[in-house]
Ligand binder design. Structure first.
Ligand code: F6P
Length: 523
């Protein structure tokens, strides 16, 4: 049975939400917290080492109840079941969407076209483990008998962003191997990397689901030609591996069949870091940490499948996002991790979120008359406080923000971490509660500037009432990173379901590719 196909704006819950939105026009976060000292606890969800505090949103319990009604009316639970059990919910490409199966430890089989995919997943994980161990331990030797020191991941989009983001995020856990990522067709990108590596000690991981992507194949050929300047064709087997569904093209490229890691059509590129696409992660931090990442994601999968919607982290985040996007007409959302390790989270999520839900026709192929995918952007705190936060605090746009924090740091510089977390909390407080005229008045008075009140008042007032979610983990570990990524994956899914769009195709990126090819052929 396909997913329910219903215009969300025609549901009873949506109509009630529209009326409720009017009632909320005078809602004040400052007042809501003043009147309810338990508001933080009332609007927080805990899942082991993770707490999501969504109390600083323009919501009352009735808002959440109505949003949950919307999810129920649009049969989100049924959609979740279909997603996890492999129904072909990627209807336009006639594919299942089973990145969740890649991290499932349950013994239940999952069938795609009458084949249980669990043994394929297990076999691939085993191959990744064995290969990673050989390379990391130095048992795998390059063509002159030397150990591997560098890994180069060649891929783009989902075949680059996920592994790159995770390798950067988990650098505290990394081993002696240096990992590089080549993605851009810009020849300067690959040239810079070639200057840093030695062909005798480098392993190249070509990652391309289709093995036809212009950027990846061009970079892979450039690298192969560079390699063959000092090595022979025969040596390619010791230095090149591929992750792909297109075995013919991999073979034509000259890669040894033993060096091919499979990919499957039931895993979308932007959700593929849990498959062999994550090989560079497993090489960089070791298979045990890679597996812990998968286990963390599975924990979030189970929570998403089982928790009631009002207590379900990805569902609540999806509903809040719809509340702002469709009722408050917010245009974008900010993703603000307070850890330097997550500098690449925003670009990674930009693909995951915007390639998935950047759609303007519904499941009947009819243009939608409501807003869908949000624009996401962001950077790490505290640096971004000195960059774009002025606009978030005092600009004309409403920008809901996710603040991602960690109770402890990895290297243990306590003084730094205390200051970091004080900023984390302060930013959310400033956004929510602002600064009133009275406060500005008092401030100017106590600094001896009472004569400046009339001149400066309106510039110094912060209106506040600006929403944020505090997403707080105990520590950045492979497992907690897995939870975080899976949390956003399920938020994407839930939003796509509620907006009645297909989240798992990406036809919108094709036209530009075709035109670029045509222009190239014409010149
Ligand atoms: O940019 C479009 C896209 O198809 C992405 O969805 C995908 O992640 C990327 O290209 C790379 O594709 P491939 O892994 O087939 O090289």
């Amino acid at each position: 049975m396909p997913l329910l196909n219903n215009n969300p704006t025609k549901t009873t819950a949506w109509k009630k939400l529209a009326a409720h939105f009017e009632e909320m026009s005078s809602f004040s976060l400052e007042k809501a917290f003043r009147e309810n000292p338990n508001r933080k606890d009332d609007f927080s969800i805990c899942m082991d080492d993770l707490t999501v505090d969504f109390s600083k949103n323009r919501i009352q319990q009735r808002t959440i109840d109505l949003l949950v009604d919307l999810a129920n009316e649009l049969q989100l639970q049924d959609a979740i079941e279909k997603y996890f059990c492999g129904d072909k919910i990627n209807v336009t490409e006639e594919r299942s969407v089973l990145h969740t199966a890649l991290r499932s430890t349950s013994i239940e089989p999952i069938f795609v076209d009458n084949e249980d995919i669990k043994p394929l997943i297990k076999k691939t994980l085993r191959k990744m483990r064995v290969f990673s161990k050989k390379v990391i331990s130095g048992d795998w030797k390059g063509y002159t008998g030397k150990k591997i020191t560098d890994i180069v991941n060649i891929g783009i989009g989902g075949s680059d962003l996920g592994p790159d983001m995770v390798v950067e995020a988990l650098q505290y856990y990394k081993n002696h191997l240096t990992t590089h990522f080549v993605s851009n067709i810009d020849g300067d990108h690959v040239s810079e990397i070639l200057e840093k590596i030695d062909p005798e000690t480098t392993m190249f991981v070509i990652v391309s689901k289709t093995f036809t992507t212009q950027e990846t194949i061009t970079n892979a050929n450039t690298i192969k030609n560079w390699f063959l300047k000092s090595a022979s064709q025969f040596d390619i087997a010791k230095h090149f591996v591929a992750v792909s569904t297109n075995l013919e093209a991999v073979d034509a490229f000259g890669i040894d069949s033993d060096n091919v890691f499979p990919m499957w059509n039931w895993v979308g590129g932007r959700f593929s870091l849990w498959s062999a696409v994550g090989l560079s992660i497993s090489l960089s931090v070791g298979y045990t940490h890679y597996k812990a990442l998968l286990d963390g994601a599975e924990k979030m999968d189970l929570h998403f499948k089982e928790a009631p919607f009002g207590q379900n982290i990805p569902v609540v985040l999806a509903l809040l996002s719809i509340w702002y996007n469709n009722f408050y007409k917010a245009e974008s959302e900010a993703i603000l991790p307070y850890t330097q390790y997550l500098t690449k989270l925003a670009p990674y999520l930009q693909q995951a979120i915007m390639e998935s839900n950047g759609k303007s026709v519904d499941r009947d192929g009819i243009p939608v008359a409501y807003q869908t995918g949000t624009i996401v952007w962001g950077s790490t705190g505290t640096n971004m406080q000195h960059a774009f936060m002025q606009l978030v605090h005092q600009g004309t746009k409403l920008i809901p923000a996710d603040f991602i924090g960690y109770e402890s740091s990895l290297h243990g510089l306590k003084d730094h971490h205390k200051k970091l977390m004080a900023n984390y909390v302060a930013q959310m407080d400033a956004l929510a509660f602002g600064k009133s005229k009275e406060q500005v008045h008092l401030e100017l008075k106590s600094s001896g500037q009472i004569d400046q009140v009339a001149r400066l008042m309106s510039f110094k007032v912060f209106e506040g009432n600006r929403p944020s979610n505090a997403i707080l983990f105990k520590k950045l570990t492979p497992a907690s990173l897995g939870e975080l990524i899976a949390m956003y994956e399920h938020k994407i899914f839930a939003q796509g379901v509620l907006w009645n769009i297909f989240s798992y195709d990406q036809f919108g990126v094709e036209l530009g590719k075709e035109l670029a090819k045509k222009l190239l052929n014409d010149t």
